[in-house]
Design a protein around this ligand. Structure first.
Ligand code: P1T
Length: 356
């Protein structure tokens, strides 16, 4: 087992002469072992870990020159959009939020000659699926970097680098950590130039995880495959149950044949994961009643842990999305997002049934 190297610094033989480790912001053996394991899982040559998913997002944006144009899928995690709109836009970076499932909108956006294309797939919280191979072609034609936030699918169910992405991002707080007990992020890439630039940003900026968290995330990788099988089984069963229930207006889950991009999902994913969004038939007060009645699904932000969670995107994870954009996306009072954990499937359905 990889020891936890709880050290900030390393003794040197002579000034500048050491065995590859001089200071833990630059390198730590526990972190390095974890990064190598994560890269292997993602089919990447290199992996870099960060103190949070958003720290990993920041590192990617710091690759860009002022004046760069970035195409972002319109439905992204609220915190990612907030970082782009409120923090980075003032550095003369031009963010365009585009519905990437809409071919016409995508075509005209590609004419903007972006420097970077940012996608989440499936998206948070509307579960849209974006065609990674098609986006890689657009990125190649326009000379843009393609970044895929693979948090919802995990490396078990989707391998964006194989489909032409340049960088894969994870909020490792979610499925990779898997136990809701840490915050972390990661970037995976095979291109040597990107690795060197991002490694420099990681070292120079210093948003690295502690050796303790690196140890925990490394250990979690050992059960990731098993956990994802159960998350996927529960996600599918819960989505099917909700789709057949009369109090539910619509269900968004890429594994359902009714999902508008189901065929793309079936093509590029090996499983559909445990995230399910739906609209309840009722007003906000009805939704709150439902949330309070749930016994197994705990009302909390985040996702991907072994325990099931329920979230109200409009008031919680996506409250920072501008109101107009929330309306356009359908993030309204009746929208509920579930993160199906690894509990017994029948228990989860019984919980939803009694609350409904
Ligand atoms: O929370 P943090 O580890 O910084 O990761 C940010 C992040 C990035 N990408 C995606 C797809 C995410 O879902 C997140 C974080 N999301 C939540 C906290 C949430 O409940 O949706």
């Amino acid at each position: 087992m990889q020891p936890i190297f709880a050290t900030s610094t390393y003794v040197q033989e002579e000034p500048g002469k050491h065995k590859g480790f001089d200071y833990s912001r630059a390198d730590n053996p526990t972190r390095q072992a974890y990064e190598e394991a994560l890269a292997t899982l993602e089919g990447a040559r290199h992996g870099l870990s960060f103190a949070s998913g958003l720290a990993a997002v920041q590192a990617v944006i710091q690759l860009l020159d002022p004046g760069s144009r970035i195409l972002v899928c319109d439905d992204v995690y609220g915190g990612t959009g907030r970082l782009f709109r409120r923090l980075f836009a003032k550095y003369n970076l031009d963010f365009h939020f585009v519905d990437m499932a809409d071919r016409e909108a995508l075509k005209s956006a590609a004419n903007l000659k972006p420097n970077l294309i940012w996608i989440e797939t499936p998206t948070n919280p509307m579960m849209k699926v974006i065609d990674i191979r098609a986006m890689a072609q657009i990125a190649m034609k326009t000379g843009a970097l393609l970044v895929v936030d693979n948090t919802f699918a995990s490396p078990i169910f989707q391998s964006p680098l194989e489909m032409g992405a340049d960088i894969v991002l994870h909020s490792t707080t979610k499925y990779i950590g898997g136990h809701s007990d840490l915050i972390g992020g990661a970037l995976m890439m095979s291109r040597q130039d990107l690795f060197e630039s991002l490694k420099f940003i990681q070292f120079a900026g210093g948003a690295v995880p502690s050796a303790f968290d690196a140890y925990l995330m490394h250990r979690s990788l050992k059960t990731l495959g098993l956990r994802m099988v159960q998350h996927n089984k529960n996600g599918m069963a819960v989505a099917e149950f909700l789709a057949s229930h009369k109090r539910i207006k619509r269900v968004m889950y890429p594994g359902l044949k009714s999902h508008p991009q189901h065929s793309i999902a079936a093509e590029q994913m090996r499983g559909f994961s445990g995230m399910v969004s739906f609209d309840l038939d009722g007003n906000y007060e009805t939704v709150v009643k439902f949330l309070k009645k749930l016994k197994i699904f705990a009302l909390a932000e985040s996702l991907g842990g072994v325990e099931s969670l329920v979230n109200h995107p409009e008031k919680m994870t996506h409250a920072s999305v501008p109101e107009e954009m929330r309306k356009k996306l359908g993030i309204g009072p009746s929208l509920v997002r579930l993160s199906c954990g690894i509990e017994d499937t029948d228990d989860l359905i019984a919980d939803l049934q009694q609350a409904l």
